[in-house]
Design a protein around this ligand. Sequence first.
Ligand SMILES: [Zn+2]
Length: 283
Amino acid sequence: MSWFKRDSHQIVTDRTKTVRTEGLWTKCGNCGTAIFKADLDTNLQVCPKCGRHFRFDALARIENLLEPGYELVDLNLRSTDPLKFTDLKPYKRRLEEAQKKTGLNDAIVNAVGHIGPHPAILSVMEYSFIGGSMGAVVGETIARAVDRAHDTRTPLIVVAASGGARMMEGIASLMQLAKISAALARLADAQVPFISVLTDPTTGGVTASFAMLGDLNIAEPGALIGFAGPRVIEQTIRQKLPEGFQRSEFLLEHGFLDAIVERKNLKSYLANTLAWFGQASIR
Ligand SMILES: [Zn+2]
């Protein structure tokens, strides 16, 4: 019998055989490949087909870079909402939601541990916490990592991922740029190495301060790095920007970065760098 002459009630679908796959797959925004999320997790959130680096959680980054036995530190700070800021939503509520979503107090995590045999202090920004924006807590936590590096003469690595200063904290946010930069100047005077790792995106006040102050400034491939965003610049100068403007590769070519390092190679790159700095300080 032809399908079209069949009565619909005679066509039976066994619904127990359907498999729910929503939430298990994601699509690469660069090459369009559908990727099994578990594969993305094992591949450090990098597309297995085209190598696009997706955003990486701060805690997963620390786990990836430090040897087991590391310690998370400086965890007790929380924003007091000094301006009692309200926009579409009260800032206090946004903080609570971000804290619930990420399990963190703010957009930063400090850790002390080793990369290979080399002691290191790590300060890693969390983009999914209000766009990795830098308020007083982020600023103070990074400053504490710098002070700890200074006092213990341990190399410092800061992994940036940020939309810039946190507007809901106004001037209390902006003064963090100067505070961290001053602390880094003291660290440089003490000749303790500071390596800045820029990831997608690193923009605004973070680029304008500590992210560009490393003894080495390195970035992940394809990361957006800049002060103002490309649309703002185009509207201001009324010119079309060149292809790849503000991406890591463009910045490396124009001398703003020292290297681009793929995520899977970052740990060994940092271990080699720390070994080199260690030998350099002995001479
Ligand atoms: Zn891809």
